[in-house]
Structure formats: structure tokens, C-alpha cells
Design a protein around this ligand. Structure first.
Ligand code: ZN
Length: 318
């Protein structure tokens, strides 16, 4: 049976109708409205539009932020406050006429990579997406780990530096605050000042530095830019080493825009895992680049909708 996965982001809503084999049959994208009423209408509209002409068994929304699965609502979403508190299942099901579930967006992306991407050959996967923020998801024994409230798997908000910079969640020194694209840009501004005359410093004097600028300058050999990426990769590896010890994954899949920097960030991350995680876990865990890119959310959500529909696996709702 086909299912619809909807990836609700801070800037766009992507909805796809997906076959049981993981083929995206049709897809639509619309800008995300930032008022609750218009947001619900836009999501319902995208579902109706993409599902038109297809037999569909269910829908899953991949939503940003912390969810309370027992109530099918988002309780905290720093990049999309409009979605906070909306009873999404109650509001949307009558409009779309299909069973609907919700899932954290990174958990849905993790499920996508597990079913169809970088983790499709294993049963134990840690997935992390490193972009503006850091999201994560954990699959253990082939089951998505969601915790008691459906809010688990927030790997990006693990504290790795007690006195570190403030994070979007309000805590200090989260993995997200040390190794995300936002953290890389912040460190690039700081390192530009610390290293006058570097290419990074010259660019920072001319305009705002973007994440891709840091990667480009590092690839051109600028020592300051290289140090920014090495530092971010080191923090990433410190976080991942802990996850490797806790979850004993076969694969650690890393997605998100920051993997564009490739080995400049992945090599220091791998080194830290090797140095800090313990045997036998560190010897098994293979760090891979996620393969589905931005489609992982839609694919994972659709697979989750199908699972809830068919009883293929049980969602963490009572
Ligand atoms: Zn945080």
C-alpha cells in the first residue's frame, strides 16, 4: 500500500506519496506558513494534492521539535513556533480522511535511512543529521527508539562541553552548539579574529561567512578554515563516541549539509570515536555518509505511516 510522508520544515513543506518499496511516486513542495491555521491548511492541502489519483493507506508527518506522541502534538519547536500545541491528528484527520501519525523529523529521517538508505543492511543504526542544528535517531534491533513520550533520540542536545556556548534548546554546550553548521559559522568568525591575515579573516572582513565558505577555504588549504572544521569534527566525534558506547550500532550514518565538507570533518570524527569509545563497540561501528539526502524525511515518514497502518511494527503510543 502507498503511504504519504510529509516533511514539515521551518521554510518548506515537502509531501510525497511513496510505494511500499520506497519509490517516491509523486512529490510537492510549498512554503511553510507561520500561523497555526494556515499551517494546518497548507499541510492538508499538500496531502490532498500529492495523494490525488493514488490509493493511500495512511499519512505520517515528520515535524521539527519535541513531540508528545501520546497527544500527537509538538510541544517545542524553535524554528516553527506556529506548530506548537496544535492537536495535529484531531485537526487533520477529518480534513484528509486518512489515518495520521506524527514523528520527530530526525527520527523519521533515521527510519528512512534505515529502511532505504545507509543503514538498510543492518539492524542497529545511529543516525545524525548535521545542518543548522543537529538531529538524531536511533534504531536498535530494527526498532525506532522513541522513549516513553515519543520524544527520545535527541542526540544533538547531549551536553558535551559543560561551559560551552548556549544552544537553541536553552542548555549550554550541547553537541548542536559545538558541531552544527551554526557552530561552524560562529567559530569561523572567532577564528578569523584570532588569525589575522588568514583567508578566513580576509573574507570575514568583507562579508558574512557561510558554512560553504569555510569548506571552500579549507579545501584551498587555509589553515584557519581547516582548524574550524577539524574542531567541529572533533566535537562531533566526541558526541558520537558516547553514542557508540551506549547503542553499540553497526553503522553511524551522518547526513545534513555539513557532510559536504567530507573527510575534513569526518576524519577527526572517526579519530575521536576510535580514541574515546571502547572495545568491542568502537571496532564494529562504521561511520557512513547518509545516502538519501533531503528525501530521507519524506521516505521515512511514509514508511512509518505504513508501519502504523499494517502493524508491521508498533509505534510507541499506548
Ligand atoms: Zn541543545
Amino acid at each position: 500500500m502507498n503511504a504519504i510522508g510529509v516533511d514539515v520544515g521551518g521554510t518548506k513543506i515537502a509531501a510525497g506519496v511513496v510505494s511500499a518499496a520506497g519509490k517516491v511516486l509523486d512529490e510537492v513542495r510549498h512554503p511553510t506558513p507561520h500561523s497555526p491555521k494556515k499551517l494546518v491548511e497548507a499541510i492538508a492541502g499538500a496531502i490532498a494534492e500529492v495523494g490525488d489519483g493514488y490509493e493511500v493507506g495512511g499519512v505520517c508527518l515528520a515535524v521539527p521539535g519535541n513531540i508528545l506522541s501520546t497527544e500527537n502534538r509538538v510541544i517545542f519547536s524553535p524554528n516553527l513556533h506556529a506548530i506548537e500545541g496544535i492537536p495535529l491528528k484531531d485537526e487533520l484527520e477529518p480534513k484528509i480522511g486518512l489515518p495520521l501519525t506524527i514523528e520527530n523529523d530526525a527520527n523519521a529521517a533515521a527510519w528512512g535511512e534505515f529502511r532505504f538508505g545507509a543503514g538498510s543492511d543492518v539492524d542497529h543504526l545511529v543516525f545524525i543529521t548535521v545542518g543548522t542544528g543537529i538531529g538524531g535517531g536511533v534504531i536498535t534491533h530494527g526498532i525506532l527508539m522513541r522513549g516513553a513520550q515519543g520524544a527520545g533520540g535527541e542526540l544533538g542536545h547531549t551536553t558535551i562541553q559543560a561551559t560551552g556556548p548556549r544552544c537553541s534548546c536553552g542548555n549550554h554546550g550541547c553537541l548542536e552548539a559545538m558541531a552544527s553548521g551554526t557552530a561552524i559559522r560562529r567559530r569561523a568568525r572567532e577564528v578569523a579574529i584570532e588569525r589575522p591575515g588568514s583567508a578566513l579573516d580576509r573574507l570575514a572582513s568583507a562579508r558574512e561567512i557561510l558554512g560553504e565558505d569555510v569548506t571552500r577555504l579549507a579545501e584551498e588549504g587555509d589553515a584557519a578554515a581547516l582548524s574550524v572544521l577539524r574542531e567541529a569534527g572533533t566535537w562531533l566525534g566526541i558526541g558520537l563516541a558516547g553514542f557508540v558506547n551506549i547503542f553499540n550500532p553497526e553503522v553511524v550514518a551522518i547526513g545534513g549539509g555539513v557532510v559536504e565538507a567530507g573527510d575534513l570533518i569526518l576524519e577527526p570524527a572517526r579519530r575521536e570515536i576510535h580514541l574515546r569509545a571502547t572495545s568491542p563497540m568502537r571496532d564494529l561501528a562504521e561511520v557512513r555518509v547518509a545516502t538519501l539526502g533531503p528525501k530521507s524525511g519524506v521516505l521515512g515518514a511514509a514508511a512509518l505511516a505504513r508501519g502504523a497502518d499494517s502493524g508491521e511494527y508498533v509505534l510507541g503510543t499506548p
